[in-house]
Every structure is written in structure tokens, then in C-alpha cells.
Design a protein around this ligand. Sequence first.
Ligand code: NAD
Ligand code: DAU
Length: 354
Amino acid sequence: MERKILITGGAGFIGSHVVRLMVNKYPNYLIINLDALTYAGNPANLRDVEEAPNYRFEKVDICDVEAVRKVFEQYEIDSVIHLAAESHVDRSIDDPFAFARTNVLGTLTLLQVAKERWLNGAERDAKHLFYHVSTDEVYGSLGAEGIFTESSRYEPHSPYSASKASSDHFVRAFHDTFGLPIVISNCSNNYGPYQFPEKLIPLFINNIRERRELPVYGSGANVRDWLYVEDHARAIDLIFHRGRIGETYNIGGNNEWRNIDLVRLLVRTTDRLLGRAEGEDESLIRFVRDRAGHDLRYAIDSSKLQNELGWSPEVDFKEGIERTVRWYLHNDEWLSAVTSGEYRNYYSRMYDGR
Ligand code: NAD
Ligand code: DAU
């Protein structure tokens, strides 16, 4: 195999799209998906590639240094694409320690093992790369004007974004201090198939279908920049292969939506696809207590990635939303398994028994 790439968090939402792209596009790469299968990880997200000859799965916690070491040794890992994380802001408000553990200590564990394996005095190998996948939330919140660039100040507000900011700093510190070859990308809000239905878009599609209330935080005036998940996966592929060592690349959809407008679009699209009168389920909208520390607006300037590597988003937002709503409506088996927690028991038994 030409490359042996460890992808962490590959059983999650974005990770599963990255694994699928890499397994299918690069038959000469061995892709090792390392994932602890928390509530957010679901191997069923990768059912279509799990039999591929260039795919392996390892159920491992990134905080378990011995287990991580073993995987690096066993497969002679030459590069890492690190996505494993606790990713939901609301959960980070309830339990910040879980976020410090996985996002900070877990990232540090991976860095330490990569350093031991790759910088042990032997000649440098040009294949070595630690690619850290991060978020635009590290830059904090914007007012009505402005845009995040790669040199924007770090100003995280939630325990989630604080933990991601900390992990970004550790990744850069390992580059600056030890010479570990790293690259970082900071992306805006993703949407698409296989996203866990605690996040706004899949949660609301499911609620509309079930005719449950749609809890919009505050006045719904917060703004997010939405990107179709496959566009993010393509950007990761490009940055992995052609990004400059030590650099940061911002990734975004140039596609800002106020939450309330997005919710109305979701209602109209879901109603139409269910054969209901378009917009009739707007009556389900409830304005509820705001999220603590709720960032008002994110907007990201991805011109560095566009100019240097020729990336741009390909999926038009309305088309992406239509595809996404259709996917959730046609995959109610996946959705009910995820929401019941049944898949977790099933797959944990399966992989623990190996
Ligand atoms: P997700 O919650 O859907 O998936 C996270 C995955 O990590 C799951 O498979 C989970 O089992 C695994 N995991 C969690 N803790 C682990 C641990 N201790 N050891 C091993 N595996 C563990 O997350 P996502 O939305 O796909 O996000 C993936 C990455 O991209 C995260 O680093 C996140 O910060 C970043 N990101 C997400 C978005 C977004 O909009 N979702 C945007 C920008 C960046
Ligand atoms: O910007 C990138 C980030 O986007 C990622 O780093 C995070 O992992 C990802 O979860 C996402 O964070 P957000 O907090 O922006 O996503 P979420 O889907 O939780 O919420 C989107 C917006 O919708 C936000 O302004 C809060 C609001 N919201 C969310 C939920 C779940 C509601 O109004 N009601 C809800 O029930």
C-alpha cells in the first residue's frame, strides 16, 4: 500500500464521508478508521465500504495511549487525519470535562504517539503528516459585519470551542517545538446525510416529520455559514495532499443563513416532500430560552484555500437541503436506530467480540 492513513472519528458524521471518499478514490491507500464508537459514532454509516480490501476499523479511544501506540505500530501509520471529537455545543455546556478529555487530551495523545513514531532520529519521511480537522468556532463570534480569516484572533466562547482552540494550539506547538509536520483546517457548519439528529438540521427534519415542536433558540437571529459535507470532504482530500506544512486553511460555504430563515426553508422543503401543504408546519416553531453564550454569527473567508488549491463549494444550498431532507425521509431505519441507541449496543457487542 502506497499510504497507511489513520482517520480518527471515521464513524461519525464528517469522518464517515472522508473515509468513504478516501477508500473509494485511493485503492492504493490503506485507510484505518480509529473510533471509540461513542453515542455519535455509528459503523452503519460506512456499511457500503466496510468490506473494501483497503479499509480497516479499530475500536479505540484516542485517550488510550497504549492502544493508539499499538495501532500506529501494527499498521505503520504514515499520516493522520484527525476528526475524532466531542462535537456538540449544547453537550459541552452540560459536561465540559468530556470535551477537555477527548478534544484536548485525546489530540495530545495522538500528537505524542505520532512524534514518538515519526521523529525518532531516523530520516524524515515526506509522507508523514498530522492533519487536524477543526472548526470556525475557535474564532469566536462576529457582529453584523466582518469575516474570519486564518489570522483572526482565537476567541472561543463555549467549552466546545475552547477545547477545539486548545487542541489547535497543541497541534501548532508540536510543529513549532518538535518539527512535527502538521496542517490544520477550520470549517464552518456542515450539513448532509449521517449527521447525528441532535444538530439543528437533522433534528428539525425529524421533528417536522413527527410533527414535534421546533425549538428555535432565542429569536432565531443567529447566523451560520452552511457547507454540504461532501464539499468539506473534498477540501480535506485536497489539503491532505497539497496543503503546505504548518499552514492553516479556512473552509466555508460563503452561504450565511439566519437560523429562523433556515428553519422556514426546512419546513417548506420537508412539507413538500411529505406531500403536505408547503409551510403548514411553521406552526411547530417555538422560540425557546437561548443557548448560554450563544455565538451570534460565523462567516468564514476561504479565499486562501480557493486561491492556493483551487477548491470551491460545488453543492448549491437549496439543492443540498433538498438532498438532505430526502435522505433523512428515506432512511428512517437509520434515524430510529440512532435515536433509540440500539445500534450502539449492537455494534459495541460486535466489535468488542473481535
Ligand atoms: P461527530 O460527533 O458526528 O463524530 C465524532 C466521532 O468521533 C464519532 O464517531 C465518535 O465516536 C468519535 N469519538 C468521539 N470521542 C472519541 C474518542 N475519545 N476516541 C475515539 N473516537 C471518538 O462529529 P462531526 O460533526 O463529524 O465532526 C468531526 C470533526 O469535525 C470534529 O473534530 C469537529 O470539531 C469538526 N468540525 C465539525 C463541524 C460540523 O459542522 N459538524 C464543522 C467544523 C469542524
Ligand atoms: O461552526 C462549526 C460548528 O457547527 C461545529 O464545530 C460543531 O461541531 C457543530 O455542531 C456546529 O455547531 P453549532 O452550534 O453552530 O450547530 P448546531 O446544529 O448545534 O446549531 C446551529 C444553530 O442552530 C445554532 O445557532 C444553535 C441553533 N439551534 C440548535 C439546536 C440544536 C437552535 O436554535 N435549536 C436547536 O434545537
